[in-house]
Design a protein around this ligand. Sequence first.
Ligand code: ARG
Length: 264
Amino acid sequence: MNLLMSFCVVLLDLMTVHSHMLKQGRIVGGYTAAPNSIKYIVSLQSTRGQHFCGGSLVHRYWVVTAAHCNIGAEHMMIVAGDYIVNTFEGTEQYAKPHRLVTHPLYNSSTNNADIMLIKLRAPMVLNKYVSLAPLPRQGTGVVEGQVCRVSGWGYSSLGGGQARFTLRTVTLPIVSTARCNSSESFNGNITVNMICAGYRTGGKDACKGDSGGPLVCGGRVYGLVSWGNGCGDAKFPGVYTAVSKFRRWIDQTIYGSHLRCSKY
Ligand code: ARG
């Protein structure tokens, strides 16, 4: 075994997220994304094909999502290359989970450390429709007012059968933790492992079913849709898992301590 165990910096492709400006939203106040423009987003579905959470492909074998999306590996199917979530378009790739790794600090009552990695049974094939999400470096921050983009198939279970669920996206500014934690807002419930995003006037937000999906700032997935209070409420921005606090954990989980740098 090679004693020269070194820490590799895994350089993932920088990706720009483009989207068309159409209107209306499921993601609240957002737009329909251009087909297959957000290639690293995945849909987590029940084995019956019901979408329930989003995620991001960070390695051919691994997806990052929210810990509260854990419904048990045997009940889950991961779909990459999707656009209209319950219509077969020929670009989809399906994989079952091999293993779910919930963050050890995840607390379902406070939502702290709401992050989970899913190892797939078979790797996704990277192509025109499927790519890897760039992640932020450990400990890097976003600043108040920085504009980010959240995307998802967020659907309230109302629809049931026939509706077509097209990927939607909306841009949102980062809200400082101080403001998000104020007594008029989340009143101290925002931990250092969370970031908030939303307009002071509300109206644009992630919502139910967008959970686990990416909040992308400067081309990197800085947030995972985690929780909120209603959707699009002016007083309550959306709350996201701060991915940069978990970059080391992500790399250690995926690559272990025996990184073979030459491979990457
Ligand atoms: N927990 C919700 C879900 O399971 C996501 C909530 C996000 N809410 C918000 N207002 N940003 O999909």
